[in-house]
Design a protein around this ligand. Structure first.
Ligand code: PNW
Length: 485
């Protein structure tokens, strides 16, 4: 039921929570301290440094492993309700397996968790943000079906170590990036090129791994700790280029958001309708004897269906979609065309560009995406687990303030006019950090870091001052001015 309330009302519902996010490989550094095991990003950046812009890497990054107190201080300065961060699997389990638990790794995360709680900030943990132990990659990584056991063993260790104090969990960050973007391009770790085969196998395995970890929490930990677990999907909003392309846009959403959501959140479970058939036909067209897109057994379908406590969405940008013309080729990077749907993606000429080549600004996309999710999966609790802008250097990031304000306004419209139950908003990111293949070139931080400074000093940008006021006022009706810098 839509609550009648003016869009001009810029205040957030009571109980709405604000946070900021980071990820282990992007901030921690300390890639080889103590008994930490090597992970696929360590290997990827060292094996061929030219894979990353300016041959940069995450060996030191923001030095957060040594600056945990300062990170907590920043989170407190902003007045965050929660801080979303990820755990480095190979820092906790140096072999990738639970035969050995690292004391140093455990104590780093204990310091972070306890320090946050002491300031009244809830820790919100992502178990996996792309840094697989290399030992598991050597056994096939996300394309080996045993990954569901390996991941859930790791999850049980983590729930056991930290579950008494941590009540909010994400199993996987952006499985579409782990599978589609990575295996279709080899431009992200593990650097394995297996388009339309590895990506599909991975797709099924990530869902089984998530489901297994969710069920372990649900059965063994939820009764005593009462926390919530989900996974975070990266959602790009798609619209048809012309009205005639509306059906194609819907199919594109099903093929992207749907392949990582429908099996979990739909009433019936399983792959989104129509997708299996298309992908089977494509496999045959590509010369394979059968579909390279794996099906689910009835048992697997039931195992995955319903394994959520909320819907977590990471959102940044939008695209238009149109049918490919005869003979047109498909791009795979930085953001692939919908080759499986014989379709091309485009952007609107009016959408502002950003410091990231894949990133164009369209605030309405976030509202439309939220409404689509509610219409497709029901009146769930929705959390925005990432949203933010890429810029270049400088403390005066008026454009980032503008981005946050416009996107948050659309979130308010989704809540107040469309009745979408959005309860959390997470800024990406707390501090400038290693932006994967873009190195330290594009910046997403509320706090700036000068990466040539060995101390990695953190300095608040204008957007940090602004976000702090928003959190305090619980409203967008605030201004931050340059003399606060
Ligand atoms: C996310 N897209 O990645 C990641 O979760 C973060 O680690 C990353 O730093 C951040 O966004 C900014 O890039 C994305 O295809 C992956 O639109 C894909 C897309 C957007 C963001």
């Amino acid at each position: 039921i839509a609550v009648s309330c003016s869009a001009e009302d810029l205040s957030f519902p009571p109980g709405f929570k604000f946070g900021a996010a980071t990820a282990a490989y992007q901030i921690e550094g300390a890639w080889n301290v103590s008994d930490k095991g090597e992970n696929i990003w360590d290997r990827f950046v060292h094996e061929d440094p030219t894979r990353i812009r300016n041959q940069e890497n995450g060996d030191v990054a923001c030095d957060s492993y040594n600056q945990v107190e300062r990170d907590i201080e920043i989170a407190a300065e902003l007045g965050l309700d929660y801080y979303r961060f990820s755990l480095s699997w190979s820092r906790i389990l140096p072999t990738g397996f639970p035969n050995k638990i690292s004391e140093d790794g455990t104590s780093y995360y204990n310091k972070l968790i306890d320090g946050l709680l002491a300031k009244g900030i809830q820790p919100f943990i992502t178990l996996y943000h792309w840094d697989l132990p290399q030992s598991l990659q050597d056994l096939g990584g996300w394309t080996n079906p045993l990954i569901a056991d390996w991941f859930s063993d790791y999850a049980r260790v983590v729930f056991t170590l930290f579950g008494d104090r941590v009540k909010m969990w994400l199993t996987l960050n952006e499985p579409i990036v782990i599978c589609d973007l990575s295996y279709n391009s080899a431009r992200l770790a593990p650097g394995v090129y297996s388009p339309h085969v590895g990506s599909y196998i991975c797709n099924k395995n990530v869902l089984l791994a998530h489901a297994k970890a969710w069920r372990i929490y649900d059965e063994e930990f939820k009764p005593k700790y009462h926390g919530k677990v989900s996974l975070a999907n990266q959602l790009i909003w798609f619209e048809g280029k012309t009205e005639a392309d509306a059906e194609l846009a819907e199919l594109t959403i099903q093929n992207m958001a749907g392949r990582y959501s429908h099996p979990i959140y739909s009433k019936e479970g399983g792959w989104p309708p129509g997708i299996e058939k298309i992908l089977e036909e494509n496999s045959l067209k590509r010369g394979f004897p059968r579909s390279m897109f794996p099906s689910f057994t009835q048992e697997e379908k039931e195992f995955i269906r319903g394994t959520y406590d909320f819907y977590a969405m990471n959102h940044y940008t939008s695209r238009y979609i149109r049918p490919a013309k005869e003979g047109e080729t498909f791009r795979i990077w930085p953001l692939g065309d919908a080759e499986d749907l014989n379709a091309k993606i485009e952007v609107h000429p009016d959408w502002p560009t950003t410091a990231s080549m894949w990133f164009f600004v369209n605030p309405e996309g976030i509202r439309k995406q939220l409404v689509w999710l509610k219409e497709n999966y029901g009146d769930l609790e929705f959390m925005i687990t990432e949203n933010g802008l890429a810029t270049f250097d400088g403390l005066d990031d008026t454009n980032r303030v503008e981005y946050y304000r416009e996107y948050l306004k659309q979130v308010l419209v989704a809540i107040k006019e469309y009745g979408v139950n959005v309860t959390h908003y997470t800024a990406w990111t707390l501090i400038d950090n290693f932006e994967w293949v873009d190195g330290y070139h594009s910046k997403f931080g509320l706090y700036e870091i000068d990466f040539s400074d060995p101390k990695r000093t953190r300095t608040p940008r204008l957007s940090a001052h602004w976000y702090k006021k928003v959190i305090k006022a619980h409203s967008l009706d605030v201004t931050a001015t340059k003399d606060e810098l």
